[in-house]
Design a protein around this ligand. Structure first.
Ligand code: MG
Length: 281
């Protein structure tokens, strides 16, 4: 594939991301896929998906997990419900994640992605256990011939690097989402990208505006159409180029409740990225 192919975040059956028909209509060649519901992670569903993807002309480069009970309604609720950090859910979700890795294998996708959750402080028992659980999971993922990409945003670049270093597995990398750094208030996205860039193997093109300074980190910033937020898309792409990143530019727009607007925003985002790619690339 050529450098910086345009991609979108989409899903098979859970209503997240851009509808598969829109992916086809816009002739998008590459997608990040949200995994199907647990009951649909079968070889038959994988075959059905692959037929659709072949017909539309796209391939999935990352399959992202999602768990029942996760909610992003506030930063606090996200911390309580997302990923394998919540202690009461950790073991069950780590076990369930194996079915995500297996489904990725069924569709021939060599990368699985995850919001691990808000990584706790390094001196806690929860952190030590999280390291062990993540290591076991990564070994399973490796047996399936896959790498894992962690989504950024829920911790600072420094803490993410500490965590990845402590996990100490050669199949753990980063999916960089600049808007999440702003939405969660965890740090300037370009500074963060420079710090973790050596581990970035996939990215999201998403934009956001900061929350007011006095509530940053406790209240959400606002996700906005690409190019209208505080990321600075040109600087973002120039920084990716400096880092030698050549993979897909995967657009993520989290307004699945409004498909008409979502489709329009994706169209505008594709144009913006094509323009910047021509200018910078
Ligand atoms: Mg993202």
């Amino acid at each position: 594939m050529s450098t910086w192919p345009i991609g979108v975040f989409t899903s098979i059956d859970d209503g997240l991301g851009v509808h598969l028909d829109v992916v086809k209509e816009l002739q998008i060649p590459t997608v990040h896929l949200h995994c199907p519901l647990p009951e649909n992670r079968t070889e038959d569903h994988a075959k059905a998906y692959l037929d659709k993807a072949a017909d539309a002309g796209f391939e999935a480069s990352v399959l992202f997990s999602g768990f029942a009970g996760e909610t992003y309604e506030s930063i606090q609720r996200t911390a309580e419900t997302v990923g394998i950090v919540p202690e009461g859910l950790r073991d069950a979700r780590a076990a369930e994640y194996r079915t995500v890795s297996d489904f990725a294998k069924h569709i021939g996708c060599g990368v699985v992605g995850m919001h691990v959750g808000f990584v706790p402080g390094r001196d806690t028992d929860s952190y030590k256990n999280l390291i062990e659980v993540t290591q076991t999971l990564l070994d399973y993922v490796k047996d399936n011939g896959q790498n894992m990409h962690l989504e950024t945003g829920q911790e600072s670049a420094e803490h993410l690097l500490e965590f990845i270093g402590d996990v100490d597995r050669d199949n753990l990398f980063i999916n960089f989402d600049p808007a999440n750094m702003i939405l969660y208030g965890t740090g300037d996205p370009i500074d963060a990208l420079k710090k973790v860039g050596h581990l970035v193997r996939s990215i999201h093109c998403k934009d956001a505006t900061w929350a007011a300074e006095d509530v940053r980190g406790t209240e959400w910033g606002a996700e906005v159409p690409l190019g209208e937020g505080d990321v600075g898309m040109e600087t973002y792409l120039r920084t990716l180029k400096e880092l030698g990143y050549e993979g897909p530019l995967t657009i993520e727009r989290e307004i699945a409740h409004d498909p008409v607007r979502q489709k329009a925003d994706i169209g505008t985002a594709v144009s913006l990225l094509e323009e910047l790619r021509a200018k910078i690339g």
